[in-house]
Ligand binder design. Structure first.
Ligand SMILES: Cc1ncc(COP(=O)(O)O)c(C=O)c1O
Length: 394
């Protein structure tokens, strides 16, 4: 018999990440009155944690296995929009010392997010955001994007029966534009950066109740990204790794995973130990790295961002203070890597490990190399590397 606490959401309200004011879960929400992200709060207990731990081995590997820790009210299989997102493997890189000698004695694992339905980890966040938008009465959905989020939004909106509009910078690769159009989205290529595409979309208005699902400007994408942290904890049998290296733009992944670990602790499934987060950005656009080095709590916008790694061409992040807080609390690091070295590391990895790597994943490898060379990551450490998107999306 199933435990009566299971199969319904444990979410209870939204709380402003800066001021702590609250907002009801059953009403639409974007940014808080303070202009900061709302975060979903859950009612957690050891008994619920124990019930979930017992149920998990019997559930399919998709992010919906954690439905009690997700804010969708009716998450039954027939009601939810679900393209099979999440449940990605954590692949051991057993040949690492052959392409990176310093990795000898270090356990490396690749979180293979390219296996999500549209080829990137954006599926997790947009699944949750679209499910909630539909549940709360949106007539359509829209967002500005560097590329992968637009592909994901277009697919989830199609599956939800909602019209979608996406705005991307003018130099976005045609493969991205085609993928959005193929599933029926309306595509705008406007501006030379994500910020300008966002301004264009905002200027169009809400187009008759189209909800804007831009990164951290609504509370539910972070909930989807949170499932990466839930999966990592479960895949390591509730023992968290020592390091997590993550290619960071808007930072929803870091914010989500930090939240996931706090919630698992609230359920008694893990203790107080946390992985040390590493924010990886490109040397042509590194606002979070600069703020971390300066020791500030917010990041100044990066002027004239210049990188071909579209996912990391994010000059300003509404959740900057949350990312920096997660770095500081976990004694993390923030590194900007050299764009010119991406082809070389991608090739070395591909020919030794057999995995195709997107440029954001390659950036993570460059950061790893640096942290191993300077002794920051020590022998016997367990390190998770994020491969966030498939190179076919470029
Ligand atoms: C493949 C890829 N990796 C990383 C990022 C950055 O993700 P986040 O905005 O969650 O920091 C993006 C964002 O577009 C992306 O497409």
């Amino acid at each position: 018999m199933t435990d009566p606490v299971l199969d319904q959401t444990w979410a209870c309200e939204l709380r402003c990440s800066a001021t702590g004011t609250t907002h009801p879960l059953n009403e639409p929400a974007f940014l808080s009155p303070a202009g900061k992200p709302w975060l979903v709060q859950y009612q957690l207990s050891q008994a619920k944690g124990e019930a979930l731990r017992r149920a998990l081995p019997h559930r399919p590997w998709s992010l919906w296995r954690y439905r009690e820790l997700l804010p969708v009210i009716d998450a039954t299989e027939t009601a939810r929009v679900d393209l099979g997102e999440g449940g990605t493997p954590l692949v051991p890189l057993r040949r690492a010392s052959s392409w990176l000698p310093e990795a000898e004695g270090v356990e490396l694992l690749l979180k293979q997010e390219a296996l999500n339905p549209t080829g990137s980890f954006k599926d997790r966040g947009l699944s949750l955001a679209v499910n909630r938008a539909r549940e709360l009465g949106a007539r359509g959905v829209q967002l500005p994007s560097a590329g992968n989020a637009a592909i994901a939004l277009s697919a989830y909106a199609a599956a939800a029966g909602l019209p979608a509009r996406v705005a991307m910078p003018r130099d976005t690769p045609s493969v991205v534009i085609d993928r959005c159009r193929e599933v029926g989205a309306e595509v705008f290529t406007e501006g030379s950066s994500l910020v300008e595409s966002g301004a264009f979309l905002a200027a169009q208005g809400d187009h008759g109740n189209f909800w804007n699902l831009a990164t951290l400007k609504e509370p539910y994408r972070a909930e989807g990204k949170k499932t990466m942290g839930l999966e990592i904890a479960e895949q390591f049998n509730w023992q968290l790794p020592d390091w997590i290296l993550y290619p960071t733009g808007g930072g929803t992944g870091i914010v989500g995973m930090a939240k996931a670990f706090d919630e698992l602790e609230g359920l008694g499934l893990i203790g107080s130990k946390r992985p040390r987060f590493v924010v990886v950005q490109m040397n042509g656009c590194a606002p979070i790295v600069r703020a971390f080095e300066l020791g500030t709590s917010h990041a100044e916008p990066w002027q004239a961002p210049k990188t071909k790694v579209w996912g990391l061409r994010v000059p300003i992040a509404v959740g900057d203070f949350l990312i920096l807080d997660a770095l500081n609390k976990t004694e993390g690091r923030a590194l900007a890597v050299d764009e010119d070295r991406l082809p070389e590391v991608t090739e070395r990895f591909r020919t030794h490990e057999g995995h195709l790597l997107g440029p954001e994943g390659a950036a993570v490898l460059l950061a790893l190399e640096q942290l191993l060379s300077d002794g920051t990551i020590e022998q016997n450490s367990r390190v998770v590397l994020f491969q966030t998107g498939h190179p076919a999306n470029y």
